[in-house]
Design a protein around this ligand. Structure first.
Ligand code: HEC
Ligand code: HEC
Ligand code: HEC
Ligand code: HEC
Length: 492
């Protein structure tokens, strides 16, 4: 048996931001997971399918450059810690040019499209287009028992484009194809297609690793449905059964019809449970592929944690030093453009709203960063302050507290998610006696500038909004009532 473990499209994500407690991923956990697998199976090969170093192929803005470079270096070191046998080179690795990728690779061999490598009995090649499969027969001649292609199709819809390459992959003698690039590494999920050759896509940001156990034999490699696949199917049926049960309570008149559906689904569940695990025909080549989530339960490895801590420390230091060379304030607003004035100004006329706001989580957003010592990270500040890189806002990481004193430790300078993060810059409104020039309605789109799928996976406007509006803010105060948000937080 040959065991291969893959990561793909880590896309510059060293650790998740911690914005949501159940975020998966992170180098220290991934290293721990690979070590654990290696203890069980010392011969396993770890392969990084590519798109490791940067979030996207475009050169980062000047202010972000140092931080992104440091992070890419830490990620490249991480691949060394996992003793990667090879790393694919995708567009997200070439953001700062091929030289940077090469220079940071350390002991890990790089495979750009068209290049190939034989490691023990496994041939590995990288391909952006079918022509790049040409190395496969050569690898076979040199003794490869298994030929794996790391796919980096160009353009959008990577999965569909990879599917379109499968026929040629098969003709070239590829046994297994792993997609190295995802359109959106934060949200594109794990995918499997039986092939031949089997095609596998791993979710990005190191949220999962892929383990493939290959049993060499004759004929094209067959992907067997794994126990995990079956569990997932059973679970999916269970979710539907529970939904129907809940509907019976809501619509008693449909009870009979719903119960029939439940019985049918339960029958299918039983069938799945009873089915003997699929068996390959004797002598055939087959593989079992499982996506392993990189969760907190996996634990961490000290050497990898040290790498992350050193990165954090260095980033803070360098960002602070660089900030000192930048202008103190953001550029002034162009004529006719609005600028940020800060929450102290708003509170002068909207006392109830300010009292309400300072009891919401948005008023804690800065303290949250300080608590995890990330207040000097350019990856974090933009959503935890107000008016980042906007006129009247804050442009220097060491100047977030500049401006008005805030109230009760909240809204100091431009820290926290202040009024204007939702209502827009208020320079005109604050001097308009009629109350014009401000966004009264705050739509979902505004929230989603910060509540992205990656850091606020449970965000739903209707579930979240009741915790930021209420008596005193968005709803009238009854006589004698204090402005106060409802207790608790949105259901997860
Ligand atoms: C794209 C915007 C965005 C960025 C960038 C961002 N955050 Fe957040 N953060 C949020 C949002 C939105 C929430 C609230 C999520 C929720 O509860 O649904 C949050 C919540 C958090 C929380 C949890 C607070 C609590 O009360 O439990 C922590 C910790 C945190 N962020 C830290 C960070 C760190 C560290 C970084 C940088 C590595 C970062 N954030 C970058 C938007 C962001
Ligand atoms: C000089 C006093 C003053 C200041 C300062 C001020 N506002 Fe207002 N605001 C008003 C008045 C007056 C109205 C209209 C009456 C009302 O709804 O209370 C208003 C209305 C609003 C409305 C509702 C608009 C509508 O059409 O219903 C919002 C939202 C708002 N203000 C936000 C802000 C924000 C954010 C700030 C800080 C940037 C701010 N205000 C600063 C006086 C002020
Ligand atoms: C400028 C970025 C930003 C915008 C815009 C924003 N939020 Fe947030 N939101 C955050 C951050 C950051 C946190 C986490 C604060 C903390 O706990 O440190 C958060 C937390 C929350 C929470 C608390 C979540 C919890 O788990 O308790 C709710 C509710 C919420 N936001 C709702 C909204 C809604 C609704 C909107 C739009 C009307 C919105 N937010 C707009 C950044 C933003
Ligand atoms: C997380 C986003 C968010 C933040 C932060 C926020 N608001 Fe609002 N605000 C809303 C929403 C949502 C409404 C209700 C209107 C709607 O449904 O679109 C609202 C309504 C209002 C209104 C009109 C109703 C009323 O209460 O008179 C005012 C005025 C207002 N906000 C002022 C403020 C001020 C002042 C602050 C800062 C102290 C602030 N808001 C902070 C989202 C926000």
């Amino acid at each position: 048996m040959i065991t291969l473990v893959f990561s793909a499209c880590v896309a510059g994500q060293l650790v998740p931001c911690g914005c949501s407690p159940d975020q998966r991923g992170g180098l220290p956990r991934a290293v721990a997971l690979v070590e654990k697998m290696r203890q069980r199976d010392p011969g396993l090969l770890f392969i990084d399918a590519g798109d490791l170093l940067f979030e996207n192929p475009q050169r980062p803005p000047a202010q972000m450059l140092t931080q992104r470079q440091l992070k890419a270096r830490a990620l490249a070191r991480g691949d060394e810690l996992m003793q990667a046998a090879a790393r694919g080179v995708g567009e997200r690795d070439l953001t700062l040019g091929p030289q940077f990728a090469q220079e940071t690779a350390g002991k890990v061999p790089l495979l750009a499209p068209g290049q190939s490598l034989l490691v023990r009995e496994v041939g590995i090649l990288a391909a952006a287009e079918p022509n790049d499969f040409a190395a496969a027969p050569e690898l076979r001649k040199k003794g490869a028992k298994l030929v794996v292609a790391l796919l980096h199709p160009r353009g959008d819809n990577a999965w569909t484009r990879a599917q379109a390459m499968l026929l040629q992959a098969r003709e070239a003698g590829i046994d297994l194809a792993v997609l190295g690039r995802r359109d959106d590494p934060a949200v594109d999920g794990n995918l499997k297609e039986a092939g031949p050759p089997p095609l596998l896509a791993i979710e990005g940001h190191m949220q999962s690793l892929l383990r493939v156990e290959v049993h060499p034999g004759t004929g094209p490699l067959q992907l067997l449905p794994s126990a995990a696949d079956r569990d997932a199917e059973v679970h999916g049926l269970q979710v539907r059964i529970e939904r129907f049960r809940a509907q019976i309570e809501l619509y008693p008149q449909r009870k009979a019809q719903l119960e029939q559906k439940i019985a049918e689904l339960e029958g299918r569940q039983k069938g799945l449970g009873a089915e003997a695990p699929a068996r390959p025909p004797p002598g055939a080549a087959w593989a079992d592929a499982a996506f392993v989530p990189v969760t907190q339960e996996v634990g961490t490895v000290a050497a990898a944690q040290k790498l992350v801590d050193a990165y954090d420390e260095k980033v803070s230091e360098m960002n602070l030093a660089e900030a000192k060379t930048q202008p103190e304030a953001c550029p002034a607003a162009a004529r006719g453009e609005l600028s940020y004035v800060g929450a102290n100004k708003c509170a002068e006329c909207h006392e109830a709203e300010a009292q309400f706001w300072q009891q919401t989580k948005h008023a804690e957003a800065w303290q949250t960063l300080v608590t995890v010592r990330k207040q000097l990270s350019l990856d974090c500040v933009r959503c935890h302050v107000t008016g980042w890189q906007q006129s009247g806002g804050v442009c220097r990481i060491d100047r977030t507290a500049a401006g008005e004193p805030g109230f009760n430790g909240h809204a100091v300078g431009r820290q926290d998610v202040q009024c204007e993060a939702c209502h827009g810059p208020g320079s005109e409104h604050a001097v308009d006696d009629t109350g014009g020039h401000i966004k009264a309605e705050v739509t979902e789109t505004v929230c989603m500038r910060c509540h992205e799928a990656a850091n606020s996976p449970h965000f739903e406007y209707t579930k979240y909004k009741p915790f930021i509006v209420g008596p005193g803010h968005g709803e009238p105060l009854a006589r004698g009532q204090e402005p106060k948000p409802r207790p608790g937080g949105p259901p997860q």
